[in-house]
Design a protein around this ligand. Structure first.
Ligand SMILES: C[S@@+](CC[C@H](N)C(=O)[O-])C[C@H]1O[C@@H](n2cnc3c(N)ncnc32)[C@H](O)[C@@H]1O
Length: 400
């Protein structure tokens, strides 16, 4: 995804079936807001908008991932952009599997299945024996799509893949999640006239969703993230997010990880950059047909809603759960260290039709002005003594 703002009123209008689905979700949200006394915390709204069974953005039928608005998709991710992403990531995974003496992978939020297919093919080509590749996704709807991609792209290896409905208590192997943390619900907070409020959702007289800020209740909230908010300098008006769901998820994964490593790739910053006084509008972003804008109330269930990741919190959560921080760096540095230029050099430059798009994709993945710097890779480990090549140069763990 490449966040650039557009006005919601310039968005293409969905078809009647999609609008009806969105209205059905909106009706359940209005009822929930009424039952809660007229106000819902934003993380609950976001959780329903993305994951309400059958109606949410990830649990309903919308196309989501792809390259163009004309194919009905909303955003492109690295594995969708180029198979070189999976092929390069696989080299780091191979090293983590070898260093931990494990033979299993677990991918969270596997999207269309392209990353899984690419990793399976690349590990096979590297001669890495894998016992299993488990996929965990909140969206059951995507399973069929993932199965089809795997059958089409990696038919010989597709039988290794299983889908999990619940996490095991312990896992020995390597975990991967690309753009999963940014898809987890966030709480919103607004500082107005130097007083912090929790920003939630209410319904106005016309039945439309609207932001609504609550100061008094929040002071009584045992989960009020006082430390984080008090640490934000200045007294000017300021809007931001906290990431309780992503932190809980990281703790769960790192507790489950009995031996091996966990890699998460996403856009975001360390805490001092995330809560910088100048980032006064927060990072909440919505995606619809490859347009990015900031209004989460446009067609609930039809558009993606995301927030940038606060990586210091993620690092703390993993370490609290007993894992070691294996590394933290930019996507560009990680992919270069893991050998993306070698992967590209396997394509004959005289084969212009293959080489040019591949070279173009590498540029997008590593260029500072594209995904190279905004996207980061954080990894945790248990039972791995050494540094991996993918973090050997340019590790930024000290900036967290
Ligand atoms: C932005 S998509 C990324 C898909 C894919 N990894 C890619 O890069 O194309 C986020 C995915 O994360 C999944 N997800 C969010 N929270 C999750 C959780 N707690 N467990 C498993 N999957 C989750 C969503 O269902 C969705 O499929």
């Amino acid at each position: 995804m490449n966040p650039k703002a557009h006005e919601p009123d310039s968005l293409p209008v969905p078809g009647p079936n999609a609008l009806a689905q969105s209205e059905a979700l909106a009706a359940t949200l209005r009822a929930e807001i009424a039952a809660a006394g007229g106000w819902l915390p934003f993380d609950r709204y976001m959780e329903r908008a993305l994951y309400a069974p059958g109606l949410g953005y990830y649990s309903g039928g919308s196309r989501k991932f792809g390259r163009l608005a004309s194919d009905g998709s909303d955003f492109v991710t690295a594995p969708e952009m180029s198979p070189l992403f999976a092929a390069t990531l696989a080299r780091a995974l191979a090293e983590a599997l070898a260093a931990s003496g494990t033979r299993a992978l677990m991918e969270f939020g596997a999207g269309t299945g392209k990353l899984a297919a690419g990793i399976l093919l690349a590990l096979d080509a590297l001669g890495v024996a894998l016992d299993s590749y488990a996929i965990v996704d909140l969206s059951g709807e995507l399973r069929e799509r993932q199965r089809e991609t795997l059958e089409a792209r990696a038919p010989r290896l597709a039988s290794r893949v299983t889908w999990l409905d619940a996490l095991p208590d312990r896992f020995e192997g390597v975990v991967i999640g690309n753009e999963v943390l940014d898809a987890m619900p966030v709480r919103l907070f607004a500082r107005k006239d130097a007083v912090w409020h929790e920003r939630g959702v209410s319904v106005d007289a016309a039945g439309a969703f609207a932001f609504s800020d609550r100061p008094a209740m929040s002071a009584l909230d045992a989960h009020w993230p006082e430390g984080v908010l008090a640490g934000i300098e200045g007294s000017e008006d300021y809007v931001t997010e906290t990431h309780e769901a992503a932190l809980a998820f990281t703790r769960t994964v790192c507790t489950m990880l009995a031996r091996g490593a966990a890699f998460f790739i996403d856009y975001g910053f360390p805490r001092h950059e995330f809560y910088h006084p100048q980032r006064a509008q927060g990072t909440l972003m919505c995606h619809y047909r490859h347009r990015a804008h900031g209004d989460p109330f446009v067609w609930p269930g039809l558009q993606d809603i995301t927030a940038h990741v606060e990586f210091t919190g993620i690092a703390e959560a993993g370490v609290e759960a007993g894992a070691d921080l294996l590394g933290y760096t930019s996507q560009a540095r990680f992919l270069m260290n893991a050998g993306i230029t070698e992967v590209l050099s396997e394509i004959d430059p005289r084969d212009v039709e293959r080489f040019l798009p591949a070279a173009n994709a590498v540029q997008k993945l590593v260029a500072e002005s594209e995904m190279g710097e905004l996207f980061k890779v954080i990894a945790f480990s248990r039972g791995i003594g050494e540094t991996l090549a993918a973090f050997a140069r340019g590790d930024r763990s000290h900036t967290l």
